[in-house]
Design a protein around this ligand. Structure first.
Ligand code: ADP
Ligand code: MG
Length: 354
């Protein structure tokens, strides 16, 4: 059940919401659409569902051109951020709804509907709530019921628009793992919209990074994190230090700092005269063997890891250290490394890029 989107463009008046979007999703994949608010994620999802029609380009489902087909011909299940459950119907009836409203000829007999609804409630592990009404459920439970309801009609495609967006952090985290396991069981081709990069990395096998109606990069979570192809992807996915500077004589120069290029090809992503360096690609040294010296300004314990913020200190020759976009350098250490170095605010240490 593949999805192919070819050069899709969608305008609202003279505003371009989707700008020449092309992507392919294989049968059984779970792909995340990731990008900041307003970048066109919902518009793309609604276009694939047939709730919105593009100005140009095409959409193929399983190789068939569905660009102008209405939603009822596309066999999609949709889950929204805000629970679209019917409050006056029990959980059971909510899940049964899609089956009950089928045309008479396709409607399963009552016994079959009951069997199917209980099977789905089992699948989302909420069969014990069948008789309750949506207002009596927690937010996380409602979204699991919304998913069961979307699955009831056996869609070929599952489209999820920020399904966990309205839930608090702990519940979100729990549901991510749950969704991933559910998908491993069902293998329904799924497109999952989120503006949360951590959520995208945790749930999806591939991520589509969008910005201003365009695709910035499409790849596995590791590809997107390790080899971001644009400055936007570098800064949107994970933390990164942006060093201002230029390339001269085979080295990257920022302030008085000079970094030979071959050594750093893996970690140094040069674009638009900036270098993008991950906080965990910076090593802290006690002693002189460092590229430059910094003073630690802030220590943030994050559980198993520590985030440090430091500012460059003038080097031995009096030159300023490297220049960063924020004026600070963020360094990430494992808890063990942090403890071993016995670091604290005010300490002066040396840094080196891995
Ligand atoms: P996202 O889901 O990534 O937050 P959307 O797809 O909802 O973004 O919207 C993309 C852009 O298109 C936004 O700037 C939004 O204001 C605009 N937009 C969306 N729907 C409409 C509409 N019906 N009319 C005019 N502009 C719209
Ligand atoms: Mg949206």
């Amino acid at each position: 059940m593949s999805i192919h989107v070819n050069q899709l463009t969608k305008r609202y008046g003279n505003f371009t919401a989707l700008d020449d979007i092309s992507l392919s999703i294989d049968d059984g994949e779970l792909v995340a659409l990731l990008g900041p608010s307003g970048c066109g994620k919902t518009t793309l999802l609604r276009s694939i569902a047939g709730m919105e029609f593009a100005d140009s380009g095409s959409i193929l489902l399983e190789g068939r051109d569905m660009t102008f087909e209405p939603i009822r011909h596309r066999q999609v299940g949709f889950v929204f951020q805000h629970y679209a459950l019917f409050n006056h119907m029990s959980v059971f009836e909510n899940v049964a709804y899609g089956l009950r409203v089928k045309p008479r000829a396709q409607r399963p007999p009552e016994a079959e509907i009951r069997r199917r609804v209980h099977e789905l409630l089992d699948l989302v592990q909420l069969d014990w709530l069948a008789r309750r009404f949506p207002p009596q459920l927690s937010g996380g439970q409602r979204q699991r019921i919304a998913l069961a309801r979307a699955l009831a009609v056996e869609p070929r495609y599952l489209l999820l628009d920020e399904p966990f967006g309205a839930l608090d952090a702990n519940v979100r985290k729990e549901l991510r793992g749950w969704l991933r396991r559910l998908h491993e069981e069902l293998h329904v081709t799924s497109l999952f919209v989120t503006h949360d990069q951590e959520e995208a990395m945790e749930v999806a096998s591939r991520i589509v990074v969008m910005n201003h109606g365009r695709i910035e990069q499409l790849g596995t979570p590791a590809e997107i994190y390790d080899t971001p192809r644009t400055p936007f992807v570098s800064t949107f996915i994970g933390n990164v230090n942006v060093f201002r500077g230029c390339v001269r004589n085979g080295a990257f120069h920022s302030g008085s700092w000079r970094l030979p290029l071959p050594r750093t090809l893996d970690t140094l992503h040069l674009a638009e005269q900036n270098a993008y360096i991950r906080p965990h690609d910076i090593e802290i040294l006690r002693g002189p063997a460092a590229d430059w010296q910094v003073s630690i300004r802030h220590v943030q314990p994050m559980g198993s890891r520590y985030h440090l913020e430091a500012v460059p200190v003038a080097d031995a020759s009096g030159g300023p250290g490297p220049e960063t976009e924020s004026g600070r350098i963020t360094i990430e250490l494992t808890r063990q490394a942090f403890k071993a170095l016995a670091l604290d605010v005010g300490h002066r240490v040396g840094l080196r890029i891995h």
